[in-house]
Ligand binder design. Structure first.
Ligand code: SF4
Length: 285
């Protein structure tokens, strides 16, 4: 008897300022959660008109397609660190194979050339040495357990490397820290306070309804909290009173400062300095 588990994936996006859920999407558990990402991002822009300049995403979203999409949209993406799969420690590290971008080939530790042989349908280019080279190589025992060494590289790997490098900059660290404070908190609340650890019903449609209701409840609670904070500061307000509108503006400004307006200003300065060629302004630490 096959033991089948029913699972669903809940994809959520929150805004950086107030941690309000701006998008909520449910898919079946067998679908890669990175696949709907670009469409969801575009939907948020269409719906709310956000001028997004940075996003912080989970390590699972560090795919070549998403890295390329973000860079083409001019978005500063920061993805989490993905631990490398378990590897044989006696073998050479992949970083010991030098990639020659100009000639599109690898130089192996035995100083041999690994040339491009084919590109598969998933976009991975495969590189290997000339026939018989690896078989006669004295370093073969440290290189591969197969008949010959084969290296793979995605055709959009440069985009992934660029995305990965953001994680180590001062700005990238701040964005990722904010991600932990917002979306991870939102997930925790959904699971612990709203019972979203398990689906209450079977079927995508019903689970989607549960997730949307949970997101709506979380947002209502947060909006109520924001209004409560504002009323505590300035007292109850009348939306038709021009004085109250001014207080509203001051409150929004205070909120923006509290939630990191200075970071936006810092980012603008950083972009300006990078344009001037002072790219070491935010060194990897
Ligand atoms: S086994 Fe092949 S790839 Fe590995 S070092 Fe020797 S020649 Fe280079």
């Amino acid at each position: 008897m096959v033991n089948r588990k029913v699972s669903f994936i809940w994809i959520t996006a929150v805004d950086r300022r107030n941690n309000l859920i701006v998008d909520c999407h449910v898919t079946a558990g067998n679908i890669n959660d990175a696949r709907p990402y670009p469409n969801r991002l575009q939907r948020i822009w269409e719906r709310f008109g956000f001028n997004t300049w940075c996003v912080g995403v989970d390590a699972g979203y560090k795919t070549a397609y998403i890295a390329k999409f973000l860079q083409e949209c001019g978005i500063y993406g920061v993805a989490g660190y993905r631990r490398k799969p378990h590897r044989n420690k006696d073998l050479f590290y992949p970083s010991e194979f030098q990639y020659d971008k100009q000639h599109d080939l690898y130089i192996c530790p035995g100083n041999k050339v690994l040339k491009l042989t084919t590109i598969d349908r998933n976009g991975y280019a495969h590189y290997k040495a000339k026939c018989g080279t690896c078989e006669q190589c004295p370093l073969k025992a440290r290189c591969t357990t197969a008949q010959y060494k084969m290296l793979s590289r995605h055709i959009w790997q440069d985009y992934v490397d660029e995305l990965d490098s953001h994680r180590l900059t001062a700005m990238g660290k701040r964005i990722y820290k904010r991600r932990k404070e917002t979306v991870e908190r939102s997930f925790a609340d959904s699971k612990e306070m709203h019972g979203l650890r398990y689906a209450r019903y079977r079927g995508l449609r019903k689970v989607r309804a549960q997730c949307l209701l949970t997101a709506a409840c979380q947002n209502m609670k947060k909006i109520a909290l924001i209004f409560h904070r504002r009323d505590k500061l300035f007292g109850p307000r009348d939306p038709n009173d021009p004085n109250d509108r001014l207080l509203d503006l001051i409150f929004r400004l205070l909120q923006a400062l509290r939630n990191g307006l200075w970071k936006v200003i810092f980012r603008k300065i950083e972009i300006y300095l990078n344009k001037k060629g002072w790219s070491n302004y935010c060194p990897a630490t």
